[in-house]
Ligand binder design. Structure first.
Ligand SMILES: *Cc1c(COP(=O)(O)O)cnc(C)c1O
Length: 228
């Protein structure tokens, strides 16, 4: 068995059923994705539109592509035909653009609202106040071509695991609050995307439903990772 397949097997054994594994294949070649597919992996995450589209054209079904990185409004149109879930909706403006482009191609796009839970300013996402004020706008509920499936967050990059745990616990609490107050009647509002290679075990403790794992599956990426 190839090392990528072994890594996937190993991670699968350490996550509870009900937690979805997103294999983050950014910067990695199609050959690596195909190895992961041999281990039954079908969900892959990318953080750049161009790269996701190129890979999606090369690899057909049954792969489901997740957009996990910062998304510029002018790239939405290119992305939508290929994407299965967008983790990184971080403004009302972006939600409206996704909705408008989805309407043009007759699709309903599942999305997660990205929440800024880390200490680093460089990371993206809504603050609690910002997301609450968006959810109070009647116009938000007229966006019929997006479907909000839950929340996503990235914890602070730190060795202090108590900080990470607190941030995940906050995101979980916000998820419950939004579900109760705004999405009670939406059965699909059920995903909490949190946890990466170095903190996914904590995320599991704190109730994640979707972990996004790159380096633990495919090995280190050979560039200095831009924070996003
Ligand atoms: C790169 C990336 C990951 C995966 O990071 P690893 O530490 O390699 O597991 C997860 N989520 C997002 C948003 C990323 O950009």
């Amino acid at each position: 068995m190839n090392v990528i397949q072994q890594n996937i097997e190993y991670i699968r054994q350490s996550i509870p059923t009900g937690v979805t594994l997103v294999a983050v294949s950014k910067t990695k070649p199609v050959a690596d994705i195909k190895e992961a597919m041999k281990a039954g992996q079908q969900i892959f995450g990318e953080n750049k539109v161009q790269e996701l589209v190129v890979k999606a054209k090369e690899i057909n079904e049954p792969v489901k592509w997740h957009m996990i990185g910062h998304l510029q409004t002018n790239k939405v149109k290119l992305l939508l035909p290929h994407v299965h879930l967008i983790h990184s909706v971080e403004s009302f403006k972006l939600a409206r653009v996704i909705n408008a482009e989805a309407e043009k191609i007759g699709k309903i796009i599942p999305c997660l609202l990205q929440i800024h839970i880390a200490q680093e300013e460089t990371k993206f996402g809504f603050s609690e106040e910002e997301v609450l004020s968006m959810l109070q706008l009647p116009e938000f509920y007229s966006l019929k071509n997006i479907e909000v499936h839950g929340l996503m967050g990235m914890a602070t990059y730190t060795d202090e695991m108590s900080v990470v745990r607190k941030e995940f616990a906050f995101l979980r609490m916000l998820f419950e609050k939004l579900k109760t107050n705004y999405f009670r009647d939406n059965p699909w509002f059920k995903e909490l995307s949190m946890g990466m290679s170095n903190d996914y075990r904590i995320a599991i403790d704190e109730g994640t439903t979707m972990i996004r794992i790159g380096s633990l599956i495919f090995g280190e990426r050979n560039y200095k990772q831009t924070e996003q």
